[in-house]
Every structure is written in C-alpha cells, then in structure tokens.
Design a protein around this ligand. Structure first.
Ligand SMILES: CCCCC/C=C\C/C=C\C/C=C/C(=O)SCCNC(=O)CCNC(=O)[C@H](O)C(C)(C)COP(=O)(O)OP(=O)(O)OC[C@H]1O[C@@H](n2cnc3c(N)ncnc32)[C@H](O)[C@@H]1OP(=O)(O)O
Length: 289
C-alpha cells in the first residue's frame, strides 16, 4: 500500500475545503458556540457544544466546529471528548430555522457544505473521539455521537435518528455512519421508524458503549478508552481508522454538491415544508400546554 499517497488523500482540511472553495473563518468568536478545554497533563481535549438553549446546529456552529477540529489536529491532541454545555440536551439536531420556512438557496448551500465538512472532519479525525451524550440526542445530535469512536451516555435521556417523522430523509452518509455502529437490521429499523431510544435501550442494542452516571465517571471511562491506544503509533492508528472508514468518507467526498442539491430539493418541496412547519409548531405548542 502506498502510504504517502494515503496520507495525502487523508489530508482532510485543505483538499476538501478547496474543492468547494470554502475556507474556515471563525464566524462567531463573540458567541463562543464551542468551548474547548485541553488538559496539558493528559493531552485530552474536552469540546463542549455551547449554543443555548438546545445546541441546535446552525451554519455558524458548523463553521466553528470545523475550526476547532483543525486546531485539535494541529495540536496533535491525544483524544477528544465531545459533550454539551446545555442542560439536558446534547444536541437537538439541525436548527430547524435553517430548513424552514423556505431557506434561501445561498444560505442553505453554505449550511449544508459546512455540515458535510463537520462530519468529514469528525468521522476521519486522526485522534480518538468519545461522545459523552450528557442529554437528549435526537437526529443531528445522534449523528454527532455515532460519528465518534466511542459513546458514553447519562441515564434517562433519548437518542436516535428521528428524521423520517420530521419529514426529512437522512442522507446516505448519515445512514452509513449508523451502519458502522449497529448491525444492519437494527440500523434500518431505527431509521425507518424514527424511534428515539432511551439510554438503556440504546445500550442494549449497542448504539452506545457504556452508561455513566456523571461527568467524572465519563472522563474516567474516556481516559480508559484513550489509554487503549497509548502503545499504538499515532500515524498507524489514524491511517487504520481512515482506511477502515474510507468507503463511507468517499461516498460523500465524491457526491458533495449533488448531496446538497438533492437535500435542498427535498427540503423545498411544499409537502416537506408543510410537515416540518407543523412539526416545528408542535414543538413550540408543547410549551403552552
Ligand atoms: C458531525 C456533524 C453531524 C451533524 C449531523 C446533522 C444532521 C444529520 C442529517 C440529517 C438530517 C438531520 C435532520 C435534523 O436534525 S432535523 C432536527 C430534528 N430535531 C428534533 O426533532 C429535536 C426537536 N427538539 C426536541 O425534541 C426538544 O427540543 C429537545 C431536544 C428534547 C429538548 O427539549 P426541551 O424541553 O429541553 O426544550 P424545548 O423543546 O422547550 O426547546 C427549547 C427551544 O428550542 C427550540 N428548538 C428545539 N429543537 C430545535 C431545533 N432542532 N431547531 C430549532 N429550534 C429548536 C424549541 O422550539 C424551543 O423554542 P422556544 O422558542 O419555544 O423557546
């Protein structure tokens, strides 16, 4: 195998960004949408999604996430723990206001490309990744979690890919990330039913790896996970992960602009807009009851 070609092919940021003529520029330093804390002693970085109240995923959050991932690659961190700094919610998924009502083509295209970019950087990161699911993780929240290598979750929350009931078809690369974590038939059932599982159910079918009771425990379990790689050369580990995930990555890399167009066409269909609109209204109305 030609390793130098492989490394070049895995040079995640520049190759993929330049292909789409988009470059990282921190969009929201003042908003502090992502908090990063690197422990100098252990080399572990804790990345907290911080878009109050429920970490809905906006264009600005995706841009900042990509910037953070680039920084962590440069810093050569030993591992990353991804968590939320919002109460009770890991992430509520894509910000519905990016999808409804009828987004402008320009904004939506940028939104989707940065979302793809976030997934590519997380899914192919050279360092080990742990999701500490410290709150509900529907839809895009679940995608963040399944794109990491290891999942820890607090009890009594919900996780799953509920795109279908919201009128959205999860894209193929999202389905592939789920298939990488769950055996075929469970993955398909989770996607087609859009059912959200509670922590125990998610553990029972293998969607998460461990249930933890608090943050301290989560950090201790993460440290144990990172320690399993301490005697493995970093480059060999990273390339093994990237080659193992290569088919999933290539499926998106080869189809980035058609993926964005397809999703936009789907979102702009009047029937889809209607379903998302009534779903969003039901979210707002829930509070009034
Ligand atoms: C590596 C990168 C991976 C990224 C992957 C992303 C996407 C994957 C690909 C495919 C498609 C994905 C589609 C989606 O994600 S669509 C979004 C689907 N999300 C949901 O269905 C969740 C909806 N929210 C909830 O169920 C609940 O809010 C909650 C998360 C369980 C939290 O409940 P809680 O009671 O604590 O809060 P509220 O419900 O009162 O919410 C507070 C406030 O926020 C508004 N809100 C909630 N979710 C969203 C959202 N996703 N977008 C925009 N706004 C949201 C809610 O309406 C409230 O607003 P208010 O004005 O009433 O205060």
């Amino acid at each position: 195998m030609n390793f130098s070609r492989l490394i070049k092919n895995c040079s995640i940021p520049s190759r993929w960004l330049l292909a789409n003529n988009i470059r990282y520029q921190s969009s929201s330093a003042a908003q502090n949408l992502i908090q990063v804390d690197i422990n100098e002693e252990t080399g572990v970085s804790v990345v907290s999604l911080n878009r109050k109240p429920v970490n809905s995923l906006s264009l600005e959050l995706f841009k900042d996430f990509c910037g953070v991932m680039d920084d962590l690659e440069r810093e050569k961190v030993r591992g990353m723990v991804l968590k939320s700094s919002c109460d009770n919610v890991f992430s509520s998924g894509l910000d519905i206001t990016e999808l409804y009502p009828n987004p402008s083509e320009e904004r939506f295209e940028a939104f989707w490309l940065w979302f793809q970019e976030s997934w590519l950087k997380l899914y192919a990161s050279s360092f080990p990744t742990v999701a500490f699911v410290n709150g509900h993780a529907p839809a895009g929240g679940c995608v963040f979690a399944i794109s990491c290598e290891y999942r820890l979750m607090l009890p009594y929350y919900k996780i799953g890919l509920n795109e279908a009931p919201v009128g959205i078809v999860a894209t193929e690369w999202v389905m592939n990330s789920l298939r990488a974590v769950l055996p075929g038939k469970n993955a398909e059932r989770l996607l087609t039913s859009g059912r959200l599982l509670d922590t125990q159910e998610a553990f029972d079918i293998g969607l998460i790896d461990q249930i933890v009771n608090n943050e301290e425990e989560a950090m201790a379990r993460s440290e144990e996970f990172f320690a399993t790689f301490d005697n493995v050369p970093k480059l060999a580990r990273a390339l093994t992960k990237q080659v193992y995930r290569k088919n999933d990555l290539n499926q998106l890399i080869k189809n980035r602009s058609s993926d964005a167009k397809q999703f936009l066409n789907h979102i702009l269909r009047p029937e889809t807009q209607k379903i998302i609109g009534s779903y969003f209204k039901s979210l707002k109305d829930r509070k009034k009851d």
